[in-house]
Design a protein around this ligand. Structure first.
Ligand code: FES
Length: 175
């Protein structure tokens, strides 16, 4: 058996032996050869699958790529797009840039936090929403503003922000 074939066989065995641990992660790993250059791509795929990086997947990736787990952890915490905490299906980004801050988004953020029962950076227990703070959405003329997924909402008041979220919650319940 050639070295390449032996290596492919041992990769296959390694994947099979872990297959019951996290089938989605195994499926993602199969898309990439075990080369550390693919670390970021693999983490992005896992993030897309789970909406965050479950801690146990870091070990699985570390074993597969044969890189220290601390290196995987370092990359997982370096990029803002990657998260070790579960994210909601929708992300509410409340702007705290200067224009939005001056026009009352502190109150909007507080009202949304109370309405959802979470603090900024947290996710609701039903994983529907993650509440986040950002610094300028690039639409200061609409201040105070927030973004939910791809949609921007401007000239907010606490009441208006809550009614937007309530409408989305109603849609989620109706599904
Ligand atoms: S400061 Fe909020 S959109 Fe620019």
């Amino acid at each position: 058996m050639s070295g390449k074939a032996a290596s492919a066989e041992s990769e296959g065995k390694a994947l099979t032996s872990r297959a019951t641990e996290a089938p989605e992660t195994e499926e993602i790993l199969r898309r990439y050869p075990p080369d550390p250059r693919h670390l970021l791509s693999i983490l992005l795929d896992i993030q897309a699958e789970h909406r965050y990086l479950p801690r146990e997947t870091l070990k699985t990736v570390s074993d597969y790529l044969r890189v220290p787990e601390v290196q995987v952890y370092a990359m997982a915490t370096f990029y803002k797009v990657l998260s070790l905490k579960p994210k909601g299906r929708s992300s509410i980004k409340v702007c705290m840039g200067t224009a939005c801050h001056l026009r009352g988004n502190v109150e909007v953020l507080r009202a949304l936090g109370e309405h959802l029962g979470i603090s900024p950076g947290e996710t609701t227990s039903d994983r529907a929403f993650t509440l986040e703070v950002v610094y300028c959405l690039g639409c200061c003329s609409l201040a105070p503003a927030m973004m939910i997924d791809e949609a921007v909402y401007g000239r907010l008041t606490p009441k208006k922000a809550i009614s937007i979220v309530e409408e989305l919650q109603g849609k989620v319940m109706a599904k």
